[in-house]
Ligand binder design. Structure first.
Ligand code: URA
Length: 233
């Protein structure tokens, strides 16, 4: 990889600014001053430093977003704000949300440029758990919860897979292992009810950080990335 691209990807400056930074002798590669913006480096092996501070190379980027209602999960979408646009300041290319949440759904959305992990987490064969907080128009009876757990007809060729449903002080919690279109809303319709509020709380072993305010995002820790990578195994 060209050193100016590496530096630009790590937000050290624009390609144009970097010419000056390199010329000023502020960049070293394995301790030797870099002179040419076109110089090639191996980001996995070479130690690149700016003003003596080594730049930690991140091959992939992983974020947790507490998605606010009103944003869309697709990568590009007419006039609506996309979840990826909320991370524009990160200046990371090829970010995508891991699965989709409806425009009015809030909560945990993983955003990454690690395509392999993304596909693994949304692959139907992996049955990665997704836990939702669901508020509804009418009370949900024990009988309804039993039906939701056993599987309901939401108009597809197959019933929904077994799920887990339990009542907490904040509302109904529903854990599903599929990701069908509008699945939770359609499941509640199948028991003659209607979702009025929906929030994702967990994906695999990764919980939404309760300290992360609605609309905010942060990088995942190394430990959280490992939790995600081992979810659904
Ligand atoms: N199920 C839904 O109905 N909507 C979502 O956003 C996620 C799951």
């Amino acid at each position: 990889m060209r050193i100016d691209k590496f530096l630009a990807d790590n937000s050290i400056g624009s390609r144009k600014e970097l010419k000056g930074i390199i010329k000023a002798g502020r960049i070293t590669v394995n301790g030797t001053q870099a002179k040419d913006p076109g110089m090639h480096i191996d980001p996995e092996k070479d130690l690149v430093a700016v003003d003596g501070s080594v730049i930690e190379y991140e091959r992939f980027h992983y974020y947790m977003l507490n998605k606010p209602a009103g944003t869309v999960s697709s990568v590009r979408e007419g006039a609506s704000v996309t979840v990826v646009e909320l991370l524009a300041a990160e200046n990371v290319k090829n970010l995508s949300p891991v699965g989709r949440l409806d425009k009015d759904t809030e909560g945990l959305l993983i955003i990454t440029d690690d395509g392999e992990l993304l596909h693994r987490l949304i692959s139907p064969s992996r049955h990665v758990e997704k836990e939702y907080l669901v508020r509804t128009e009418k009370p949900v009876s024990d009988e309804d919860m039993k039906r939701l757990e056993e599987g309901v007809d939401i108009g597809d060729d197959k019933l929904t897979l077994p799920a887990r449903a339990f009542m907490q002080s904040d509302g109904l919690h529903l854990i599903i292992t599929e990701g069908r279109f509008h699945q939770i809303k359609r499941m509640l319709e199948a028991v003659d009810n209607k979702v009025t509020y929906l929030k994702r709380l967990r994906m695999g072993g990764l919980l939404l950080d309760p300290e992360l305010a609605n609309g905010k995002y942060r990088k995942l820790s190394d430990e959280e990335i490992t939790i995600l990578k081992t979810s659904g195994e």
